[in-house]
Design a protein around this ligand. Sequence first.
Ligand code: BGC
Length: 254
Amino acid sequence: MSTLENIALGIDIGGSSVKGGLVNLELGELSSKKVKIPTPIKSSPQNIIKVIKEIINDLNIDKNIPVGVTVPAPVKNDVIESMANLDSSWANINLKKMIKEEIGIDAAILNDADAAACAELQYGRACGEKGLIFLSTLGTGIGTSLIHNGAVIVNTEFGHMDINGIEGEKIAAGSIKTKEKLNWDEWVERLQIYYSAIEKLFSPDLILIGGAISKEHRKFIPKLNLKTKVCPMKLKDNAEIIGIGYYSSKYNKK
Ligand code: BGC
């Protein structure tokens, strides 16, 4: 059952859409519809805040529940220092402060892949796993997070790792498959290069893959030739919303 004590609101700012939903913190699942609004063409902080407001109004939330927002960028003390896939005016924005000023709520702010890691650790495939887990989301960019013996290591940004002079996410993100019209085998070749480099550098015990494209994991995960076990994330493309909901309930208590 969803009561006010075990509910949080999670909002995930992405390169193609901004999504939000209420999270049942006991079950680790959405307890409302998922509201999905296309990312404004000018994806400035001001325009995204308007979308966040729309999502909050649509879900008609109780003002006492914890709220969390993920961003596709590293987050240091609530400040976005650089932004790869949204408007460059995000640099040096304190999102927590801005949300407080514009919407009047206290929100926890976290990188999107780190939020997904919180969700997988608490409710998903990383739950109870020992050793080093390399988590990656293959969307507009490549989001990454590390989980080691139950702790999430934030702001890792290995999507920007240099591979033969090109950033990893520019060759292997989910969006690249669409943009370059790659078939599954062609895209798997790219993923193979990316994850071989990751495997060599980190020797992980498990690689988790998420992002909307991970719903089609059967078409690419079995084709990867790696020593490390590779699994799709359990919470799929809801992991960011669920993870930031959980994180906000822990670290942004009202
Ligand atoms: C950003 C990361 C983000 C990832 C997925 C990358 O371009 O630098 O912070 O996690 O995209 O959205």
